[in-house]
Write a protein that binds this ligand. Structure first.
Ligand SMILES: [Zn+2]
Length: 415
């Protein structure tokens, strides 16, 4: 099972100064900043997924690349641009969720093939159009919206044109057909049609909102028509507890940003370990916190008090790490700042647990040993992204233990 990490230009600066919270004046972003695969002690992903919409931008402006970055990607190719090790494979796609509200995908087959070829991807997904809805089998009486049927046909039509063009141009990347559907039968029919066209790799799209049993139901229906050589990729899905079952139903790869993004998007599960999750400790920067700024402007909080509480929180946390103060003293400093911030529901218990267990002290991701308690401080992108990278490394560990736990997969692996 291969895990592809979806690129969103997430990098960290190795020379960032955590004590003064500033970048080195000598930092040159494109030269010095590092991707997850360059700073983690062990490889965390076997593949990198890059979406055309993230690189080229869309009408809604979801692009993450500046003009010079885009030009450099095209010039150096995906492997050179990301400084990828040889064993990490690359997959391009269109980023169908970014144009889900448009009546049709905004790209032509030639534009997409040009993107995949110029960047030198190992494989590329055909243009598809996400169906925003799912019907459980047996939920009769509801007609399937015309729009859903149309989106499935649009995806199949593009897949056919894409494969024909790939064959005509003799492009160097492996074509991957995108399958959309709204229930097990429609997904299975899409996969069957893609197989009949000649695809031997199929990416299943639009499943992100689906409950795990619904994904399994779709995979089971697909298993009924799938030829043994056809490999399945789950777009945007990590359900670690079901990965063995997915593998038995033909899934050989998946991608997801959720482990990474939970480090700074989740309300509590920010720092992962192989058997639990912890809350990161919020110590926002006074200048960077919008609600705090409002409170200061409204005269509810004195700016000087906020700055003192912020500094005291960081100092106490570092003292705790250096065994120069007690857990209680560190926690009290953080909670005093929390109160000043006007947090509605206190994180006291969760923070206490994080500090008591101190999971970063035994982590071998490579970043925790280097940055210590900074890894669990929820503050600014340099800390938050490092914690996200750490989570990727934990996901890799979980995947390894899954493989070890599955005798069937071991049999497959040993041929
Ligand atoms: Zn770690």
């Amino acid at each position: 099972m291969k895990f592809y990490f979806p690129d969103s230009q997430d990098q960290v600066s190795p020379t960032y100064d955590f004590i003064h919270d500033e970048y080195s004046p000598l930092r040159v972003r494109q030269r010095d900043d590092r991707y997850a695969h360059e700073v983690l002690a062990q490889p965390a992903y076997q593949g990198l997924l890059v979406s055309k919409a993230i690189v080229d931008g869309t009408i809604q402006g979801v692009g993450k690349y500046s003009m010079p970055q885009r030009q450099r990607l095209y010039r150096l190719g995906v492997r050179g641009f990301f400084r990828l090790p040889d064993d990490v494979v690359t997959l391009g796609d269109c980023g169908a969720f970014t144009y889900v509200n448009e009546p049709e995908p905004p790209y032509s087959v030639n534009e997409v093939i040009d993107f995949y070829s110029r960047c030198g991807f190992d494989a590329g997904v055909s243009i598809d159009h996400v169906i925003l809805g799912y019907r459980r089998p047996g939920s009769n009486g509801e007609d399937i919206p015309e729009d859903w049927k149309e989106r499935r046909l649009i995806s199949l039509h593009f897949a056919e044109k894409f494969l024909a063009a790939v064959h005509d141009h003799g492009t160097p990347f492996e074509p991957v057909g995108a399958a959309q559907g709204w229930d097990p039968d429609s997904y299975a029919d899409s996969v069957k049609q893609l197989q009949d066209m000649g695809y031997r790799r199929v990416a299943l799209g639009g499943m992100v909102p689906l409950k795990t049993p619904d994904i399994v139901a779709c995979l089971a229906a697909i298993a009924g028509i799938r030829v043994p050589e056809t490999e399945l990729h789950l777009l945007g899905i990590t359900r670690i507890e079901s990965m063995n079952e997915f593998a038995e139903l033909g899934v050989t790869s998946f991608d997801s940003t959720s482990s990474f993004r939970q480090s700074f998007m989740d309300d509590r599960d920010n720092y992962h370990t192989t058997d639990t999750t912890y809350s990161a400790i919020r110590v926002p920067q006074v200048d960077g916190n919008i609600s705090l700024k409002k409170a200061i402007l409204a005269g509810k909080v004195a700016q000087a008090d906020a700055v003192v509480a912020e500094r005291e929180s960081l100092k106490r946390l570092r003292d705790y790490e250096a065994k120069k103060c007690s857990l209680k003293a560190a926690l009290n400093a953080v909670l005093a700042y929390e109160e000043l911030l006007g947090v509605k529901k206190s994180y006291a218990d969760m923070y206490g647990r994080t500090l008591k267990d101190a999971p970063w002290r035994i982590c071998e991701c490579g970043l925790c040993a280097k940055h210590g308690i900074e890894m669990v401080i929820f503050r600014g992108s340099e800390r938050n992204k490092r914690r996200g990278f750490h989570n990727l490394s934990v996901l890799a560990d979980k995947m390894k233990s899954l493989h070890a736990a599955s005798p069937r997969l071991e049999r497959i692996a040993s041929g």
